[in-house]
Design a binder for this molecule. Sequence first.
Ligand SMILES: [Zn+2]
Length: 153
Amino acid sequence: MDRVTLDRIQTAHPCLIEELGKIYAEICTALKGRAICRFTHVLRTNAEQDALYAIGRTKPGKIVTNARSGDSYHNYGLAVDICLIIDGKVASWDMRTDFDADGIADWMEAVKVFKAYGWEWGGDWKRFPDAPHFQKTFGKSIAELKRGNVKIC
Ligand SMILES: [Zn+2]
């Protein structure tokens, strides 16, 4: 278990905090080798989203997102990004390595747990696949969420 991840889970939408605790516990149980899972982003504030949108546009670097503030499910605490931490120190986005030698790549073990809870995986998207990203939208569009006062659960 990773303290940083447990703290980040608390920033999720209130409807998802408990479920993310279960998801994270199941992922931790599934990964038995050199890798653990870390949630790198859960809630992203509008200011953080704008700073990200600026990268590759008005700030140096390659474009990392097409979402402006309010346009990402992260802005509502309904999305999670993950990475793996190898040997307790190196962040990795390796989707193929089976670090715990149980026949399934560790990354895909995490994907399997999220999907079992009904989360959508960005790695399945045909346009702009986003393998570290998971979201649970409760059927709400970004437009609805932007208007506010949306009952999620
Ligand atoms: Zn994301």
